[in-house]
Every structure is written in structure tokens, then in C-alpha cells.
Design a protein around this ligand. Structure first.
Ligand code: CP
Length: 325
């Protein structure tokens, strides 16, 4: 579990950036380095507050609508926990099948309904671009909690916060992304966000699950070195952050294609003998078989700590868009 420490970031109240009050959070393309420093500063303060007093009233009286059209454990429950830790409350719509969506109500009508009752809407939806459509319809801030195979910006923010808290820097790192890079929205957002820093990105995947050209082109335009591999062997020894992803069965149109690649990579203690001691293994979770449970007790296994960092980042984002940070 992370321990409280002196904040290496800007404290509350010293932000010279544009205000985030009332803004949507739809894509990592919205953020620059100064924004990240600010978010990490607020998240670090949130961590200290949770460790010291648990729950406090920064967002007392505010309401979050948590609208999930796809399954979620971490994103949904961490936004709920974040709002409740800040003294606010939550309208949970985690199973749209029990809402009027099943009667044919459109996404835009659903969002316009929820903003009558809530101050901020968190949306997960299976279609790329859905968060932007919802944001256009809504006057209240919309936070993208994953739009199909598009983006998962709050995940990338918590991923970069995890790297900062664990390794103390985002520059001069070799980050290796492993697994389903085609359908994995977390890696699409993370590669884009890391391109703000001096990093080297390695992509290891089966041929049919390679990082999309569109993402690689955007990252290349920032001057970031990138390389693609089909096996981990060559790049593991130089890796500072190994970001493992699940091969997502639910995204495959042809089940036979999934069967061909489902067990392509498994991280276990034996394989990790070739890695540095000063590095971390991350995963957005859920995992299936791609990281052996035998590795969980290794200090380099950061994926459970990563989830906890997500709480603090989501507390920071809610406070920011509701004008309290
Ligand atoms: N990392 C992530 O998005 O997990 P959930 O699908 O459980 O929200």
C-alpha cells in the first residue's frame, strides 16, 4: 500500500493553469505537462487527506451520476468511492438494463435526464466517440470512463500518477506495453499521454493485436521513439514499466481469432528474472491469465497499488471539474 510522503508537487491553491471548473474530460489530448503536475499535486493531497481523515466535505451537496453501459469494477467503484470520500453522493446506473435505456432511450436523452439531477456525469459506453456525443448534449461536465476501443483518459492519468509515485519520474523511462494493443483503450490513452515526456515506448503484441497506426503516428509526431515486437525477451531487461493488458475476448468478432492469441503472454516469476529489480509491472485489470498470481507478492507488482492511486486521481478530477481544487 502506498505510504504518505511529502508532496513533490504543487500544493492546493497554487495552480496558475486554466480552471477545470465545468470542463469535460474526454481525451488525454486535453492535457499538457503542467496540467498533469497540477492533477498529480491535487491527487497527492487527496491521498494525504484520505490517510489522515478518510472522508471530508469538499463536495458536500454535490451529486455524481455514474452511468455505465459496459461492465466495470474499478472505474465504477472508484468514482463512487471518490465522490463519497469527498462528502458527495452518487446516482449509480451500473446496469443500464434496469434503466429506461432498455425502452429505447437514446444516450443523449439519458444524459440530459441525468444532468437534471446530478452535477457531473461519468460515462462508460461501448462506442468510440460516445463520451464526446454525451458532452455535446450535456451542460454539466462529462467524464469519459472508457468509450469502446477509443480512450480511457482517467485510467491513463492514474497510470501516469502511479509511475510518478512509484518511480519518481516520467522522463527517461522505457515503457513496454504488452498484450492487446489493438483494442486496449487504456494503452491508446497511455501512449498518447506518455508522449508528453521523454520516454521510449516498446509495443509487444501478436500481429493481429498491434498498436493502431493512428496512435503510433500521433506519438511519432511528438518525436517519441517506438518499436514493435512479437516477443518480450529482447526488451524486458531494459524495461522500467511493463504495462500488461488482457486480450479482450468481448472485442473480437471472430471467436476463433481470440482462441489463437488468448494465452500469448504470461508474466510469471521465472520470466521476471530477466527484468530489472528497480522497475514496476502494471495492469489496468481485470486480468485473466496474463499475469500469474505467483508474481503478486513481488515488490515490482504494482497493479494493486495502481488501483488505489486511481481513487486519489478520481477524487482530484471530481474536485477540479466541480470547482473545488
Ligand atoms: N481498469 C478498468 O477500467 O477496470 P474496470 O473495467 O473494472 O473499470
Amino acid at each position: 500500500m502506498p505510504t504518505e510522503s511529502q508532496s513533490p508537487y504543487l500544493p492546493f491553491g497554487e495552480n496558475k493553469n486554466a480552471s477545470w471548473y465545468g470542463k469535460d474530460i474526454l481525451s488525454v489530448k486535453q492535457f499538457n505537462r503542467a496540467d498533469l503536475e497540477y492533477i498529480f499535486g491535487v491527487a497527492h493531497e487527496m491521498r494525504g487527506m484520505v490517510e489522515r481523515i478518510g472522508t471530508f466535505d469538499l463536495l458536500k451537496g454535490k451529486i455524481l451520476a455514474n452511468l455505465f453501459y459496459e461492465p466495470s469494477t474499478r472505474t465504477s467503484s472508484s468514482f463512487t468511492a471518490a465522490m463519497e470520500r469527498l462528502g458527495g453522493s452518487v446516482i449509480p446506473i451500473n446496469e443500464v438494463k434496469y434503466s429506461s435505456v432498455t425502452k429505447g432511450e437514446s444516450l443523449t436523452d439519458t444524459v440530459r435526464t441525468l444532468e437534471c439531477y446530478a452535477d457531473v456525469i461519468v460515462l462508460r459506453h461501448p462506442e468510440t466517440g460516445s463520451a464526446a456525443i454525451a458532452a455535446k448534449a450535456a451542460k454539466k461536465p462529462v467524464i469519459n470512463a472508457g468509450d469502446g476501443i477509443g480512450e480511457h483518459p482517467t485510467q491513463a492519468l492514474l497510470d501516469t500518477f502511479t509511475i510518478m509515485e512509484e518511480l519518481g519520474r516520467l522522463d527517461n523511462l522505457t515503457v513496454t506495453m504488452l498484450g492487446d494493443l489493438k483494442y486496449g483503450r487504456t494503452v491508446h490513452s497511455l501512449a498518447r499521454l506518455l508522449s508528453l515526456f521523454k520516454v521510449k515506448l516498446n509495443y509487444v503484441s501478436p500481429d493481429i493485436l498491434r498498436m493502431p497506426k493512428e496512435v503510433m503516428d500521433e506519438v511519432a509526431a511528438k518525436g517519441i521513439p517506438q518499436a514493435e515486437y512479437s516477443t518480450l525477451e529482447k526488451v524486458l531487461p531494459e524495461t522500467d514499466v511493463l504495462y500488461v493488458t488482457r486480450v479482450q475476448k468481448e472485442r473480437f468478432e471472430d471467436p476463433a481469432e481470440y482462441e489463437k492469441v488468448k494465452g500469448a503472454y504470461v508474466i510469471d516469476p521465472e520470466i521476471m528474472k530477466a527484468a530489472k529489480q528497480e522497475m514496476i509491472v502494471m495492469h489496468p485489470l481485470p486480468r485473466v491469465t496474463e499475469i500469474s498470481m505467483d508474481f503478486d507478492d513481488d515488490p515490482r507488482a504494482a497493479y494493486f497499488r495502481q488501483m488505489e492511486y486511481g481513487l486519489y486521481v478520481r477524487m482530484a478530477l471530481l474536485a477540479m471539474v466541480l470547482g473545488k481544487a
